[in-house]
Design a protein around this ligand. Structure first.
Ligand SMILES: Nc1ncnc2c1ncn2[C@@H]1O[C@H](COP(=O)(O)OP(=O)(O)O)[C@@H](O)[C@H]1O
Ligand SMILES: [Mg+2]
Length: 158
């Protein structure tokens, strides 16, 4: 895939992506807290790819967070990178599953009686889009405590 990079406002892209999950968030009574400064410098990246990344991660956060939970999304700039952090206090992911989640079709829960709907492709797509930007994806998680996904992308300015 060829990237089509342009100047992107972090604040705007976060607003755009939030629209996609706001309904599910309110249905599940989830507290959704966004922390993005209006003064962040812009990011030079592929807009469609960044949206795809954030929407996938936010959808996972909503899907795997029970009613009444909380999701935090923040964007900061550090060491020439834009850092997006999506944090939830949902189900978490078992340690042994963590290293494989970005492989295609890998799902945390495979028991059809317990599993949420999904293909197991979301994180694989996220990982390849982050790689295309020479960025970094990290997933930290603890069962029953929650999950923190961090996407660090070169700001690519100048
Ligand atoms: N925020 C999260 N909280 C708990 N588990 C998660 C979260 N995000 C991803 N996972 C786990 O990682 C697996 C892979 O995620 P993904 O590739 O998006 O596939 P899908 O959402 O279709 O199952 C999921 O099946 C789920 O078990
Ligand atoms: Mg998913």
């Amino acid at each position: 895939m060829k990237l089509n990079k342009e100047e992107i406002s972090a604040e705007e892209i976060v607003k755009d992506c939030s629209r996609f999950i706001i309904k599910a968030v309110s249905t599940k009574d989830i507290r959704y807290v966004v922390d993005v400064s209006a003064h962040l410098p812009s990011l030079h990246a592929d807009k469609r790819a960044i949206k795809q990344i954030l929407i996938n991660l936010l959808s996972n956060a909503v899907k795997y967070t029970p009613k009444g939970g909380q999701i935090d999304l923040s964007a900061t700039v550090s060491k020439g990178h834009h850092v997006f952090e999506i944090r939830d206090n949902g189900t978490g992911i078992p340690k042994e599953k963590l290293p494989h989640l970005t492989e295609a079709f890998v799902r945390g829960e495979t028991d059809p009686h317990k599993a949420q709907e999904g293909t197991g492709l979301g994180l694989a797509i996220v990982k390849s889009l982050v790689d295309l930007h020479d960025g970094e994806l990290t997933i930290e998680s603890e069962v029953d405590k929650g999950t923190v996904v961090t996407v660090s992308l070169p700001s690519d300015i100048g």
